[in-house]
Design a binder for this molecule. Structure first.
Ligand code: 5GP
Ligand code: ZN
Length: 114
């Protein structure tokens, strides 16, 4: 979609520090990291928010977690733990309206999150 930052990043039209890519999903380092490891796992398909997921996106959503597992293995996060978060809507802090999954690790995580 035109004028969508994450569509541009997924399409290679905008610079990013890419840590994973396949035909359906890309993962990049967050420009403003909230933990020593902070990746954004981004489905290439333009889905604005979690509330816009459709039945046909089931497999795509599942593949996001396969990518998270792979990135956890590559970054030695299995033992220390990590968190995968989706902010849905501006009230939850979503600022880019192309669905993405924050993957945070490398420091202890508190619960509940702020
Ligand atoms: P949200 O606030 O929508 O849940 O998350 C958007 C995330 O995208 C934020 O953590 C923000 O730091 C990150 N972000 C915004 N612009 C860019 C960019 O141009 N490049 C990268 N790598 N991350 C970005
Ligand atoms: Zn988009």
């Amino acid at each position: 979609m035109e004028n969508c930052l994450f569509c541009k990043i997924a399409g290679g039209k905008e610079d990013s520090d890419t840590v994973y890519k396949d035909e359906n999903v890309v993962a990049i380092r967050d420009i403003n990291p909230q933990a020593p490891i902070h990746f954004l796992i981004i489905p290439r398909k333009h889905i604005p928010t979690l509330m816009d997921i459709e039945g046909r996106d089931k497999e795509l959503m599942g593949s996001v977690f396969t990518v998270a597992k792979k990135l956890a293995e590559e970054n030695d996060l299995e033992m220390s733990g990590f968190r995968v978060v989706v902010n849905c809507g501006s009230g939850a802090g979503q600022s880019v309206f192309h669905i993405h999954f924050h993957m945070l690790g490398g420091r202890p995580m508190k619960w509940p999150p702020g």
